[in-house]
Write a protein that binds this ligand. Sequence first.
Ligand SMILES: C[S@@+](CC[C@H](N)C(=O)[O-])C[C@H]1O[C@@H](n2cnc3c(N)ncnc32)[C@H](O)[C@@H]1O
Length: 292
Amino acid sequence: MKSFVDPRVGIAVPPRITNAQAAEIVSRLRAAAGISIGADKHAFIELRVGRRLRDLGIPDFAAYMQRLSGPEGAAELASLVDCLATNTTSFFRETAHYDWLENAGAPELAAAGSGRERDFVIWSAACSLGAELWSAGMVLERLSAGPLGRLRSALHGTDVSTSVLERAKAAIFSEEELTGLPEPLRKRHLLRSKAPVGGRMLYRIEPELRRRAVFAYANLMKPETAPRIEADVAFLRNVLIYFEPEGQRRAIEGVAARLRPGGYLLLGHAEALPCPIQGLTQRGPAIYRKDG
Ligand SMILES: C[S@@+](CC[C@H](N)C(=O)[O-])C[C@H]1O[C@@H](n2cnc3c(N)ncnc32)[C@H](O)[C@@H]1O
């Protein structure tokens, strides 16, 4: 980060954000991605966006606000979303959903033809690095080796953050990022780097599973950007908490519109439906079935 030396103390001071600049950033973020953060979160915004200033070689927030308003503004807004979105994820996070998929959801949907007459379509609608999507894909693979028989699957991961999508497409994870992934699944679905990279071993999802997966940009605030699919199971987890009630409703309705009748919507366990949504019936904790 470019910084100036405060003559009073003689040390480098990172750029500071004013109330008005923080409020403008918060407002632009909400308009672009529905993400709602308090304008009072100065330290958070300074830290996250300050890194961006450093990368761009921009000396202060005033110059950054000009960039946001200038000809590069649209592209910069995407980078701002990258900076401020929270991307925490992990394999088999909220594991009850995967148990449900394996023992109830997938058998029911397979009996109705999914994975047999047509692809069994999984959609991770705020996929971050892809751990959620790969976890579901691994469950379907495991089922394919059992009494249900071979299930053809198609895996879709979407997110508003272009930087996480790049990483999701690469499908490469560090040891820490694999926390939660059981050993037999690691053995079955991961390839290990031949040598340490940057001092640590890296792991990549094996090609067979990768071939089934497509990662793409989609903004839950703009349902028309969603992939044109009929999903059997859609994960919409740990993202609604960042939206205001109207944004939550828009996101849920947009995802539900891309579910096949009889398909399932999975929300984060801490994210109740903000209000009853027509056409969705609760079938378990954070599990909703589309009527039909
Ligand atoms: C905390 S992560 C959750 C990842 C995963 N669903 C899970 O539960 O582990 C939230 C993700 O939502 C994405 N996100 C935030 N706003 C979004 C929007 N408007 N449209 C699509 N994705 C969004 C963020 O970029 C981030 O990757």
